[in-house]
Design a protein around this ligand. Structure first.
Ligand code: AMP
Ligand code: MG
Length: 393
């Protein structure tokens, strides 16, 4: 059995990488990882822009100026200002070349065609300088960045219409168990509703991975072998849930071996998710997650998520982690490293109730996972703990 740090290192060392890049329309770029830097083809702003509604002028000794024109947003006139002259100007309008400041209208008294200013303005006040956000040829967004809405906005402001991104993995979710029944069907004694497939599909979708499919198999060795063999050849990442433990009807490990998957590790010193399996065959990475839904989801965030990010060449692979003080004492059950559903509130973090691997309910209230090292025993209120931030919901 290996520890959690080694397990994650091995996933990132052996996990598959995207082999293709593609060009997508900027509007379709959400959640893709950039495969190359985006270089700006323009200065932003493209010209000296007024940042206020007010008056553009060239600072002199005067406190009174005559108004000689107007420039509003979108205008392309460029009035020449002589000593003692000003133009009315509005936010976003090009500042005349001969002006060196914009006085906001709240600081000006208007009397017919004349304006008086209260105090002598400073040069370049209320002017957005040409290229102050980015200059032509500058790197707008670095390769490896996961594109979010704000990036799409920024790139659109630079006139970008297409971006080059890494192909996303095709992901298969294979759920195993004789007891599983699809929601909508009648539940007989001994059966439970299958929920890992729906949950992982939805969580992947939230993260921008839409190329997913779910296969359900019974606890049957030959069937498991056949389905896994078939699935491995068609996908980049395969996530199996259930059947990875040591029970007489857990066939995943045996089937994986039989079809020639290289085992990278099996079993991690952690709770939940002790029977975690990771292996690879040709270009496909395969995870065996525990069947218990909450354990499967914890393992997904800790191990599968970083691999998906690695696959796409993302700069940041793990979910972000910070150190926060516990808001209440917590007694650790057992000696294993722990991943505990938790909620960040204010400046601290609370470990939630309902930590059982079978109870996914507490994940609904969680916005973080607290990670405790082995043999943590008693954690006191105020003690700092490593807190992984779950993707925002
Ligand atoms: P296993 O890892 O196959 O031993 O399963 C552990 C527990 O998780 C058992 O109580 C299973 O019934 C449950 N379980 C396994 N797969 C699923 C699933 N897809 N949806 C809901 N519960 C599951
Ligand atoms: Mg099972």
């Amino acid at each position: 059995m290996i520890d959690t740090t080694t397990a994650l290192e091995l996933v990132l060392l052996h996990g598959s990488m995207s082999t293709k890049v593609l060009e997508v329309d900027l509007k379709d770029g959400l959640d893709y990882v950039l495969a190359k830097d985006v270089i700006s083809e323009i200065d932003m702003p493209p010209f000296r822009q007024s940042a206020m509604d007010g008056y553009a002028l060239h600072i002199g000794d005067d406190v009174t100026y005559s108004m000689v024109g107007e420039v509003k947003a979108g205008d392309n006139n460029n009035p020449t200002l002589h000593k003692g002259e000003a133009v009315r100007i509005f936010t976003g309008a090009p500042v005349p070349v001969t002006a060196n400041t914009v006085v906001m209208q709240e600081k000006v008294t208007v009397d017919g065609n004349k304006i008086s200013i209260e105090e002598s303005p400073k040069e370049n006040t209320n002017i957005r300088l040409q290229g102050e956000q980015i200059k032509v040829g500058g790197v707008a967004i670095n390769k490896g960045t996961t594109i979010k809405g704000v990036h799409i906005g920024f790139l659109a402001s630079l006139g970008v219409t297409k971006i080059t991104v890494c192909e996303k993995p095709s992901i298969a979710i294979v759920v195993t168990g004789n007891e599983l029944v699809s929601p909508g069907d009648k539940l007989s004694y001994g059966e439970i509703y299958e929920s890992n497939g729906a949950m992982l599909t939805a969580v992947l979708k939230e993260l921008g991975y839409k190329n997913t499919s779910v296969v359900t198999i019974k606890d049957d060795y030959d069937k498991t072998k056949k389905v896994l063999k078939d699935t491995l050849g068609k996908h980049d990442v395969v996530i199996v849930t259930g059947g990875v433990s040591v029970g007489d009807y857990d066939f995943v490990g045996k089937a994986i071996n039989a079809i020639g998957v290289q085992e990278i590790f099996y079993k991690v010193k952690q709770k939940p998710g002790k029977p975690l399996f990771f292996g690879k065959k040709e270009g496909t990475s395969i995870f065996g997650l525990p069947g218990n839904p909450a354990a499967a989801l914890s393992c997904f965030y800790i191990y599968v998520y970083p691999l998906l990010k690695k696959y796409e060449g993302a700069e940041h692979m793990n979910l972000p982690a910070i150190s926060l003080p516990l808001l209440f004492d917590y007694t650790v059950k057992g000696t294993q490293a722990q991943f505990l559903k938790a909620r960040i509130e204010g400046a601290g973090v609370t470990i939630l109730g309902g930590q059982s691997s079978a109870m996914v309910r507490a994940f609904g209230d969680a916005n973080a996972l607290v990670c405790l090292p082995r043999n943590s025993a008693e954690i006191k209120k105020g003690q700092n703990v490593k807190t992984i931030l779950l993707p925002t919901k």
